[in-house]
Ligand binder design. Sequence first.
Ligand code: MG
Length: 365
Amino acid sequence: MTSPTITGLTARLLTRPLTRAWGETVREMHVIEVVVSVSDGTSGTGFSWTPTIGPTAVLALLERDVRGFVVGRPAEAATLWPDLWAHLHEAGSGGLTTIAMAGVDLALWDRAATLAGQSVTDLLGRRHESAPVYGSGVNLHYTLDELAAQAERWVAAGYAGAKIKVGKQDLAEDVDRVAAVRDVLGPRRRLMIDANQRWDLPTARRATAALERYDLDWIEEPLRADDTWGYSQLRSSIDVPLALGENCHTIQRFRDLIAAAAVDIVQPNVVRVGGITPYLAIDSLARAHSLSVAPHLLPELSGQLALAAPVETWVEDVEDASFDHLGFLAAPTGATIVDGRFRSGTRPGLGFGFAPDNRLEQDFA
Ligand code: MG
C-alpha cells in the first residue's frame, strides 16, 4: 500500500482589526489559512500567522513556491518538513519561509489527529488537564492608569502572573510602571517584563539594576534577538532570568543560544519556527539543557502543546487578541481560559476552522 500523498494546497489571507491596538503602527492582525488535501480524500487545516509584516509575502510563498513542491509528496509532517525547508532555504533559513511552512505542517498535524480521532494534545500525549495562563499586555503606550487597570483585570481573571512592556525613553518611567503593576499583583503573583529588543547591553544592565527589586520572573528580549554575544554577556552579569526565542526561527539558532549560555527561558513561537514538528524538537532541546520553555503567543494552539509538555508550562494570553476574540474563526476551537487556567477540548484535530469571509483592509481605515 502506498502512503497517501498531498494533492493540493489552498491558502487564504484573513485580516482583522485589533480590538486594542498594539501601538501606533499595529492596528490589525493577519492569518493565512492553509488547507492541504490528500490522495486518500482527507484534508487538514493549518495556518500561517504574522501580526504586521509580511502576510502577503507568506501567501505568495505558499502559492508560488510551496504548493508546487509539496504536491505529490507524502502527507506526513515529519517526512515533509526537512525537504521543504531545504527547498525554501535560498529565501532564508527562517522567518517568512518557516512562517509559510507552518501552515503546511499544522495542516498535516490536523489531518493526522483527525484521522486518529484525537485532538492534537491527545495525539502528542496529554499530560495535564490544564496549564497556567499569564496575562500579557502590549501596553508600552498605555498611561500608568490604563496599565494599572489592565493589571487589575488580570487579577480579577484569576491569572497567577502577568507580563508588561518596558523600554520607555526614561528609565524612571519604567520603574514607576513596574512598581505600579507589582503593587496591583501583590507579592505572590508572578511578574515578567518584556523590552522587545529595545536596549543595548549597557542600557539593559542599568535597567535590570533598577527593576530587579520588583521580583521579576524573567526579563524578555532586552537586546536584539540576533545578539547572542550580548545575551551571553548580560546573562553572566545579572541575576534576573533571561527569556527569548519569539524572534528565533530555527533549532540551530536555539542550539547556539543555549551553547552560548545566553538564555534561561526558551520561547519558541510555534508558527515562526515552522510548525509543531520543529517546535517539539526545540522543546526537547531546551528541556535537555534544564531550561524551561514558555511558548510565545497563539494561546489557542500553544496551550494545546503546553498540555502535552513534560512539565507545567505557561500559556501567554494577550488581552482581547485570541483568534476567537478577533473573529478569525468560524467556531471556537474548544480552548478555554477560566480562572487563570487553559483547558482544551477533545475534538479531533487542531480545532481551527476559519471564518469564510475576509473584509478588505480599507474597511478598517
Ligand atoms: Mg515578547
